[in-house]
Design a protein around this ligand. Structure first.
Ligand code: ADE
Length: 229
């Protein structure tokens, strides 16, 4: 099985590069794609750069050029649900785009014609994640992840996103990667570890917890890939 592992920032994939012995790489479309092995699986690993456009590009290249058969996203997120604390893991049941807005024309936020407001992640990968969490005795939260091209550090915007999407966490790539994978028929999974609470101190918390939270997520993803046949 050939599996894509995607992050947005170098810090989010660095721990995986080491564990996968990914020392071969190629540069394509201004990103670097690393090749390695985890258990019996071939892995293609990359960070896209931050945001929906870059992550869509990188996911598409992984699928169309490098032939990945599943995609797992690893990274950090801001917590919207008050039960989520820094370092906690959340897997996306579904993902949406909170900044997609043609409400002027009577459409709900996050919707454009012929698209879906919410895109659901792969059931088999979710099941593997739940088994890994149980075996490692790790608390794995499941919820809605909202994506947009904004770093949220503001209570009003945070509350707005919670209210309109019932979202539990917020980040800047999962929803766009979900669109690409669903469109191209590739099963996908999105995991995030909380780095901040999207409030007024989110920027400070993000800088403080990026590395540790990214590693929490990366280690979990590697344990999942070890189980994929
Ligand atoms: N990723 C991590 N924290 C975030 C936040 N507060 N807003 C958007 N993306 C994030």
């Amino acid at each position: 099985m050939k599996i894509g592992i995607l992050g947005a920032m170098r810090e989010e994939i660095e721990p995986i590069l080491k564990l996968a012995n990914a020392d071969k790489f190629v540069q394509y479309g201004k990103n670097i794609y690393y090749f390695g092995k985890i258990a019996d699986n071939d892995v293609v690993i990359a960070y896209s750069k931050i945001g929906k456009v870059f992550s869509s590009l990188t996911a598409s290249v992984m699928i169309e050029k490098f032939g990945i058969e599943k995609l797992l996203f690893s990274g950090v997120a801001g917590g919207l649900n008050p039960n989520l604390k820094i370092g906690d893991l959340i897997r996306a049941s579904s993902l949406c785009q909170h900044d997609l807005d043609i409400s002027t024309f009577g459409h709900p936020f996050g919707y454009v014609p012929e698209g879906s407001r919410f895109i659901y992640s792969d059931e088999n990968l979710n099941k593997i994640a739940d088994e890994v969490a149980k075996d490692l005795n790790v608390n794995l939260f499941t919820g809605i992840i909202a994506t947009g091209d904004q770093f949220i550090a503001d209570k009003n915007r945070k509350d707005w996103i919670k209210k309109h999407f019932d979202a539990d966490a917020i980040e800047m790539e999962g929803g766009s990667v979900a669109v690409v994978c669903e469109s191209l028929g590739i099963p996908f999974f999105v995991l995030r570890a909380i780095s901040d609470s999207a409030d007024e101190v989110a920027g400070f918390d993000f800088d403080s917890f990026l590395i540790s939270s990214a590693k929490q997520s990366a280690d979990f993803i590697v344990s999942m890939i070890e189980r994929i046949k």
